[in-house]
Design a protein around this ligand. Sequence first.
Ligand SMILES: Cc1cc2nc3c(=O)[nH]c(=O)nc-3n(C[C@H](O)[C@H](O)[C@H](O)COP(=O)(O)O)c2cc1C
Length: 150
Amino acid sequence: MNVLILYASNSGSNYHSAVTIADILAQKHRVVIKNASEVQISDIEKAKLIVMGSPSWMVNGEEGMPHEDVLHIMDALQSTRYSQKKFALFGCGDKRYTFFCGAVDHMENFVKKIQAKEVISPLKIDGFYFQLDESIKQIESWSKKLLKAL
Ligand SMILES: Cc1cc2nc3c(=O)[nH]c(=O)nc-3n(C[C@H](O)[C@H](O)[C@H](O)COP(=O)(O)O)c2cc1C
């Protein structure tokens, strides 16, 4: 299966998560990993599974938002219907904020809107760098579950 791992990251935690997920999915699938700022519509078209990850951030004064590059992609695709596409969502956030991993909730709404299929419950990671080993274990375990669900 062609897999696109699309991520945005300001301080690296979502990037590290994306790389860890890619390593595991690449055991059985063709995986392309791209920063959201570099993703073209053709990348989306080629992929059967899109794994999408974003930090939660303050955008235009609103808390718990996806990264602007991810917002840009969702805007560009929002009127397309992708009922044949599979999605899996992840995000690193921080429970001290009002909307913990709010970006993931926005991405879930987007997946519903384009009528695609979410193949696994989203992964929300709290304080990635504060408990690095635990975070990596969480990502590995989720990625293995995802691999089985495909
Ligand atoms: C300005 C700012 C706003 C943030 N807002 C939220 C938020 O609303 N919800 C949340 O769960 N985390 C929030 N975070 C935490 C980040 O999402 C978290 O540190 C994440 O790991 C960053 O991902 P990155 O390392 O890939 O950039 C915020 C962090 C900053 C600096």
